[in-house]
Design a protein around this ligand. Structure first.
Ligand SMILES: Cc1cc2nc3c(=O)[nH]c(=O)nc-3n(C[C@H](O)[C@H](O)[C@H](O)COP(=O)(O)O)c2cc1C
Length: 141
């Protein structure tokens, strides 16, 4: 499927499957998508922003208070021009935040401020049985 011109925000959270997000980013770019990446602090413990930056050719965002955005409204700007937000992998922690409307970091704030569809993909073999009860294998909001 061609994704030419599609503006996608790829969100990474802190799960072991974060390494797979590098391949996802590569494939999205290969299919023509304009991919921007936002990572939670925990995600940066699993894979470096540099890797995602190299694969997408775009600066990677990790900080709600990033001074690169002039009016400090990065949490809105980054999500408002996107066609789709994909969070993969989505940690149990992140899913719980979404479900409860919490937004205490950049990625959760972007998800809350968005105007586009959101797809979340928890890792397939989760050790967190509580999450399996509450969420399907992937979900759209
Ligand atoms: C080695 C390791 C592997 C982890 N793997 C997962 C995982 O697969 N799924 C998950 O939901 N949390 C996993 N966690 C826990 C999350 O990293 C932790 O809940 C973190 O606070 C998530 O933060 P975030 O949602 O802001 O990214 C793992 C933690 C460690 C140390």
């Amino acid at each position: 499927m061609a994704l030419t011109g599609k503006r996608i925000l790829l969100g990474l959270t802190g799960g072991i499957a974060a390494y797979k997000a590098a391949e996802l980013a590569r494939l999205l770019v290969k299919r023509g998508a304009d991919v921007r990446v936002a990572m939670t602090q925990a995600a940066t413990r699993f894979i470096t922003p540099t890797t995602l930056q190299a694969l997408t050719g775009q600066a990677v965002w990790t900080d709600l208070w990033d001074p690169r955005v002039d009016d400090a409204m990065g949490h809105i700007e980054l999500s408002r021009d996107r066609d789709l937000i994909v969070v993969a992998p989505a940690s149990a922690d992140f899913m719980a935040k979404l479900a409860n409307g919490l937004a205490d970091d950049l990625l959760s704030s972007l998800c809350l401020a968005r105007r586009c569809p959101l797809v979340v993909a928890p890792p397939p073999r989760s050790r967190h049985s509580s999450r399996r009860r509450r969420f399907p294998a992937s979900a759209c909001w």
